[in-house]
Design a protein around this ligand. Structure first.
Ligand code: HEC
Length: 244
């Protein structure tokens, strides 16, 4: 009897053979012949209400600005550090000096965040560059969520502080150790605390001439051809940048 029941149940195919729509396949169900329904005009899909422009673009009235769209906590910085180490260090290195492993293998030197030019940039510029790319750098819009792009921007500020701190930034009474001593104590050669030269394999391409109309600082500043050539020469033959 039980076997007969099983057999009978096995014969019912209603659920298995339901009519269903395949993406991009036509259908005679609707007048326009499409199986997929277009979004109804002026409606917002769940999770797509981009009401805070600055949070999603890094621009305030079309300009970059120097503040975070949400409060920075230690948790935000930790997240920023983790995402930075995943996505940015291959080119910018862990300390953000622009001499990462990909540059070592023959890529254009990535920005050194400790250059005064980058320290002076408004915070949302970092967000903007991650969102839209910049010169030789691809954009990371698809890989990194806006929330995380901001966390990374905040972490870049922390990195800048870590490499450019003055003795006066340290509370009095706190002992400051020499980097060489710290390296040796941790079992690294003292030379690890020395200059970190830009690898000779780094490629210095010609800067892109001209800017995209209406887009703030997407392309590196236009540089006259002769100036670009001598700048490139200076960079390849000049002193290596000091390791921060
Ligand atoms: C594949 C290598 C690569 C990766 C990965 C990369 N960058 Fe870059 N980045 C570059 C290069 C190269 C430049 C210099 C672009 C130029 O001058 O053409 C640059 C420049 C920059 C600049 C400076 C733009 C300016 O105003 O001069 C910022 C800020 C920046 N990157 C942030 C980031 C952040 C944040 C990440 C991680 C999400 C990241 N980059 C990942 C290669 C990279």
């Amino acid at each position: 009897m039980a076997a007969l029941l099983l057999l009978a149940a096995g014969c019912r195919q209603d659920m298995q053979n339901q009519p269903r729509m395949f993406p991009q396949r036509g259908s005679s169900m609707f007048a326009d012949g499409r199986s997929v329904r277009p979004q109804v005009a002026h409606t917002v899909a769940r999770g797509q209400l981009y009401e805070n422009d600055y949070f999603y673009t890094g621009l305030m009235n079309g300009k970059e600005a120097n503040f975070m769209p949400f409060p920075v906590t230690m948790q935000v910085l930790d997240r920023g550090q983790e995402r930075f180490n995943v996505y940015c260090t291959p080119c910018h290195s862990r300390v953000g000096n622009g001499a990462g492993m990909i540059v070592e293998r023959g890529y254009k030197p990535a920005a050194n965040f400790h250059d005064p030019r980058h320290i002076d940039q408004p915070l949302s510029h970092y967000f903007y560059v991650m969102t839209n790319g910049y010169g030789a750098m691809p954009d990371y819009k698809a890989q990194i969520l806006p929330q995380d792009r901001w966390a990374i921007a905040a972490y870049i500020r922390a990195l800048q502080l870590s490499q450019n701190a003055k003795l006066s930034d340290v509370p009095s009474g706190v002992q400051v150790e020499n980097l060489k001593t710290v390296a040796q104590q941790q079992g690294y050669p003292a030379s690890d605390a020395g200059p970190w030269p830009m690898p000779a394999t780094a490629v210095y391409g010609a800067p892109i001439i001209g800017t995209v109309a209406g887009a703030p600082a997407l392309n590196p500043m236009p540089v006259a051809k002769s100036a670009a050539a001598s700048a490139a020469k200076k960079q390849t033959t000049g002193k290596p940048p000091a390791r921060p």
